[in-house]
Design a binder for this molecule. Structure first.
Ligand SMILES: C[S@@+](CC[C@H](N)C(=O)[O-])C[C@H]1O[C@@H](n2cnc3c(N)ncnc32)[C@H](O)[C@@H]1O
Length: 271
């Protein structure tokens, strides 16, 4: 499915993660970074706003026109191609690497994209305390979440993970080259702070209506679902809070932070 960059510009998740990378404690004006960016260049713009030299931000994208836009914006080392090919050619050290993939955590049979190799290569290119963020869609395959979480080199530790649903179920995983629990907690707190900030300013968050339902705790029992992306959820129970009433049911925020829209009323039990 082609990536709709204009639509995603307003995605709360994208904004949160871009704010997060721009506020990372290790990231300073002399830092180097790698980002898989879209034509809107939201991730690289966030880092430039933090004060990074555009020339120190490598943009990766498989489409020529995106890399042209990146080079025009001063990201002169940007490279067109699939990340697995491009990462092989990068030999510097970086404070932040944001691999904002569109695909599942499985190796692609057609494009040569191998997420496991990407993550191993990225881990080797990180400075100590450097941060690697990866985003996958976990729909379309069985056990997508488990597979995404299994790809983690020994040198990196997980600081946070967030599951959410946009056009399909997604997961973002924040990894850091550290063994310091304190540092990992700092990263997690920073992410949650950024998430709150974005929720406050999102114009479509309809704060008034949201507040009416926000405190209602519910259990969702995932019932029959013909959509391939959601089959692994059938029969499972999730706990969370109601965000708002919508035409076909409710939007629910699960306890792990994932937001799922249009849950039918008959799947929901107040707890
Ligand atoms: C999810 S978007 C990036 C969004 C951006 N980080 C933001 O916050 O706005 C991914 C973009 O990179 C391309 N892309 C996805 N996976 C890629 C990969 N493995 N290698 C190269 N390009 C990739 C997609 O075509 C799309 O344009």
């Amino acid at each position: 499915m082609p990536y709709n960059a204009s639509l995603k510009r307003s995605s709360a998740m994208k904004q949160t993660m871009n704010n997060f990378i721009a506020h990372l404690p290790l990231v300073k004006t002399s830092s180097k970074a790698i980002v898989i960016d879209a034509e809107t260049l939201q991730s690289s713009k966030a880092l430039v706003a933090r004060g990074l030299d555009p020339a120190n931000i490598v943009v990766i994208n498989n489409e020529e026109h995106v890399i042209e836009l990146a080079k025009n914006a001063g990201h002169s080392k940007s490279m067109v191609g699939i990340s697995t090919e491009v990462l092989r050619k990068l030999h510097s050290r970086y404070d932040c690497i944001y691999l904002d993939f569109c695909g599942t955590p499985e190796r692609s049979q057609t494009t040569g994209w191998d997420p496991e190799k990407d993550i191993l290569m990225a881990a080797d290119k990180l400075n100590d305390s450097g941060v690697l963020i990866v985003t996958f869609t976990t729909g379309h395959i069985r056990h997508g979440v488990r597979k995404a979480l299994l790809i983690r080199p020994d040198t990196l530790t997980k600081a946070h993970q967030v599951q959410y649903s946009e056009t399909s179920p997604m997961i973002s995983i924040i990894l850091a080259k550290t063994r310091s629990c304190q540092y990992l907690q700092t990263l997690e707190r920073l992410y949650l702070e950024m998430e709150q900030q974005v929720q406050k300013v999102q114009p479509n968050s309809k704060r008034k209506r949201k507040r009416q339902h926000e405190t209602e705790r519910v259990r969702v029992t995932w019932k029959t679902d013909d959509r391939d992306d959601y089959k692994e959820w059938i029969g499972k129970e999730f706990y969370g809070t109601v965000l708002k009433k919508v035409k076909k049911g409710y939007n629910i925020k699960y306890d792990d932070g994932q937001i799922v829209d249009n849950i039918p009323c008959h799947w929901i039990t107040r707890v």
